[in-house]
Design a protein around this ligand. Structure first.
Ligand SMILES: C[S@@+](CC[C@H](N)C(=O)[O-])C[C@H]1O[C@@H](n2cnc3c(N)ncnc32)[C@H](O)[C@@H]1O
Length: 333
């Protein structure tokens, strides 16, 4: 089985974004030898770098060189800092760079992320274009930007980019959690302005009638390694889980660990639902984070006494590398 592997090379960051899930306090870095261990233990389909600003890992360039040597496609989520500090020749080796933008305009983006962030990203996009690396915009759906996703998809398209939308997860606090109404309103607005390239978000694809029958990819085809060396089914997973060394020493398939099985467990209340084969109970990390581990996803329309279908325009473009590695929706405005 091939895995999409998410690596958090560090939890250090140059920014202090209020919504961010990365652990604060002590800084941890994955080492080159840990990354080598992972690549020997797991059949790696692709690597996605997230969690902190990865260029702050002291062995960042060595690790990228190693992954390149193994011919593993690597994508990087960045606020622009790592891209700015990466030479052209190394930048050119990435399969895709995802720049994080949560608002369609400079003023709001900089107010949320820090002065100069918008311009740094714009010059990063320009450089990626020059060296021939694909670029997308990565946004988090929150209760403060839910009405702006359509506009953001247009902004991304004006940069020549797809927009990837992930959902805010209440890891450090619930302050930015969209309500049920805001969640569905956001997708209605988004789909009015943009065509869907892929959607692995289980509830959204279910109520768009996409019928992928996958549920969440977390714990199934995707694994995450934290800067501390923990192996998780999903970056937002709140439970203690198996460590990298234990995993390698035991030779166990990570999907057989208790945490991974739990990430795929369907809540009993969902078992009789007509949609269960497709949504499989929605996001289990969110359920655990909200202390609802045995209950359906808070964004489930059936749970909220509703039944409807969204009918987005679905693009027939080629499958995207990171389309199914996390719960995400990728659109083109
Ligand atoms: C954690 S950052 C790490 C990479 C880089 N520093 C950046 O800003 O893109 C990766 C992505 O996760 C998003 N993110 C942060 N906290 C989140 C949360 N609580 N729920 C969902 N996404 C979150 C960020 O907005 C960003 O798009």
């Amino acid at each position: 089985m091939q895995f999409s592997v998410g690596l958090g090379l560090t939890n250090a960051c140059n920014l202090e974004c209020a919504h961010c899930y990365r652990p604060r306090g002590q800084i941890y870095n994955l080492t080159l030898s840990q990354v080598q261990l992972i690549c020997d233990a797991v059949d790696v389909k692709s690597v996605g770098l997230g969690t902190g600003e990865n260029g702050l890992n002291p062995e960042f360039f060595e690790i990228i060189g190693f992954l390149r040597g193994r011919r593993i496609p690597v994508t990087l989520a960045s606020n622009g800092y790592t891209v700015q500090n990466t030479p052209d020749e190394i930048l050119a080796s990435f399969r895709e760079i995802e720049f994080s933008i949560d608002f369609p305009e400079e003023k709001e983006q900089d107010a949320f992320r820090g002065q100069g962030n918008w311009r740094r990203i714009l010059s990063g996009i320009e450089r990626c274009r020059r060296v021939g690396v694909a670029v997308s915009i990565l946004a988090v759906l929150m209760n403060i930007n839910h009405a702006q996703l359509g506009k953001l998809a247009k902004t991304a398209a004006s940069f020549g980019c797809n927009l990837r939308v992930n959902l805010f997860q209440p890891v450090q606090s619930g302050a930015y959690l969209p309500s049920y109404r805001q969640f569905w309103e956001a997708f209605r607005i988004l789909f009015d302005s943009a065509a869907v390239l892929s959607c692995s978000e289980p509830l959204v694809n279910t109520f768009c009638g996409m019928n992928t029958r996958h549920g969440s990819p977390c714990g199934r085809s995707s694994i995450r390694i934290t800067p501390l060396g923990e192996v998780l089914p999903c970056v937002y997973w709140p439970l203690r889980t198996v460590g990298l060394k234990e995993l390698v020493l035991s030779g166990e398939d990570p999907r057989d660990s208790a945490s991974f099985r739990e990430a795929q467990r369907i809540p009993e209340a969902c078992l009789a639902c007509e949609f269960v084969e497709n949504c499989r109970g929605g996001c289990r990390s969110r359920a655990w984070l909200l202390d609802r581990k045995d209950l359906p996803d808070i964004y489930c329309p059936k749970l909220n006494g509703e039944d409807f279908r969204l009918a987005p325009c679905i693009s027939s473009a080629d499958p995207l590398l990171r389309a199914g590695s996390i719960c995400t929706t990728i659109v083109r405005g």
